[in-house]
Design a protein around this ligand. Structure first.
Ligand code: BG6
Ligand code: MG
Length: 217
């Protein structure tokens, strides 16, 4: 493969575990509409945009609403979610992430964020990791959701590297697919059964060196 020049990190589920906050806020919305929303249901929303997440949730509840109501519901869920993430601190960075970002930087590689979330800038600020990133591409900067490759292609472009020179770290199936659609190497973060299409899968960054990661793909 061509020499790796940039590592692209997803945010939710890779750098921080925000799925629990998304879950609480979606569950509150579902309950207010008269149906339940389980943690297993929440798995379907990982890596998926806010609008699409709402559609999936309403399908689960067997509900249908007009566009104006849907916007109101998405806004309501987001207000609750923002309430949770506003309280986040650097303590919530997943194990080994900060050390890994430092060694990636020391190795002279570019670091890019590739997230579907429109709240990514707020989370990065709260956990105090903004300074590591050469480029941040989030839900405010893309029009096509993962598995479309747009977010990662824009990330490579912003970091001034070719897609073939990037490795993407993702916890969601849609994210692995997006990276592959961008012709990038992929390392899944999570369960190898779920992320079986990735080139390699790790359970997290703790105890790994950047050189070990580079050798995996
Ligand atoms: C992704 C999450 O990173 O961002 C999804 O995995 C979420 O669960 C999506 O729906 C959009 O996030 P936000 O913060 O813009 O609602
Ligand atoms: Mg994710």
């Amino acid at each position: 493969m061509s020499k790796v020049k940039a590592l692209i990190f997803d945010l939710d589920g890779v750098i921080v575990d925000t799925a629990k906050y998304h879950y609480k806020a979606w569950k509150a919305l579902a309950n207010s509409l008269g149906f339940d929303f389980t943690e297993q249901d929440n798995e379907l929303l990982k890596g998926v945009s806010r609008v699409r997440s709402l559609e999936i949730l309403l399908e689960i509840g067997g509900k249908n609403f007009d566009e104006q109501k849907k916007i109101e519901f998405a806004n309501r869920k987001n207000s609750e979610y923002v309430g949770y993430i506003s309280q986040m601190t650097p303590d919530e960075i997943l194990p080994g992430v900060t050390e890994m970002l430092q060694s990636v930087k020391d190795a002279g590689l570019k670091i890019v964020l590739g997230s579907a979330s429109k709240n990514a800038p707020l989370i990065l600020e709260k956990i105090n990791l903004e300074h590591f990133f050469d480029a941040v591409i989030d839900g405010n900067k893309v029009s096509k959701a993962k598995p479309d490759p747009e977010v990662f292609l824009k990330g490579a472009n912003a970091a001034n590297v070719d897609p073939e020179q990037c490795i993407v770290f993702e916890d969601a199936i849609a994210g692995i697919e997006a990276a592959q659609n961008a012709k990038m190497k992929t390392i899944g973060v999570g369960d190898p059964q779920v992320l079986r299409n990735a080139d390699a899968v790790i359970s997290g960054f703790a105890g790994l060196t950047v050189h070990e990661l580079l050798k995996m793909v």
